[in-house]
Design a protein around this ligand. Sequence first.
Ligand code: MN
Ligand code: MN
Length: 300
Amino acid sequence: MGSNGKKENNAAELKSHFSYSKIADALSDYDDAEYVIFGVPFDNTSSFRRGSRLSPNSIRYAYNNLESYEVNYNVNLLDCNICDLGDLPVYEDVDYVLSDVETVTDMIFRDNKIPIMLGGEHSITVGAIRNLKDVSMVIIDAHSDFRDSYMDNKYNHACVTRRALELLGKNRIISIGTRSTSYEEVTAEEYKDVRFISANEVRQSGIDKIINEVKNKTGDKVYFSIDMDGIDPAYAPGVGTPEPYGLTDVDVRSILNSVSKKIVGYDIVEMTPLYDNGNTSMLAAKLIQDFIASRASTGP
Ligand code: MN
Ligand code: MN
């Protein structure tokens, strides 16, 4: 691949040979970037299978196996102005980590760029949405995450949707894929203030009906959070708290595509390479590409 007058851009391939600390398509500096990727390797409140702290680099490693050109959208990811800042240093204290996430996402939002946060566990999402007002939220998750507190901690990953409701307000949050919740959560008065769409309801209604509802019930700005356990363990086995009977990978892609042009912030959390056969990190990587490419596409 000598120069010899060839003008092709070898930067992505060359980068993939040397380091996995940044995804290969992330050729932009922060100043020129539209999308800002960063990892938050934190899994301290996880209750069952730990290891999501290891996932940012396993997602990057998987991503670097993908083509930069996305044929489904006719988009070249190399033209999409992506920057990868690397990983946030994290410590043991969840309050500290959330405030750090709040600080960095605030800067990214104020610069009119879109953060793409790679967890780590789901609790980190709360830090990102603290900066947002008048925003709808779409969550993909097997769990309702609606406990007021868990293991004496209001910022446990089992409390994410409850904290999001307090931050964003009623009738702004749609959580899709629900199939694990407690009696305490379902009977909480505030439970009805979030639209929980169970995985069974998605199967019974069909994905088109769900997409219509998601489009109609979200405003101009959407924060999109993918807890990888929302997807069925057949597609995404490498998660901290797997639940059978989940969403398909294609359903999640369709929901994501339906609102991608309204998304102001995005995260992929709860993936753990310790229990993965490689498919979960690859799907997580693909969901980064699907987000950026569907947003960049000139199609409907
Ligand atoms: Mn969750
Ligand atoms: Mn979950």
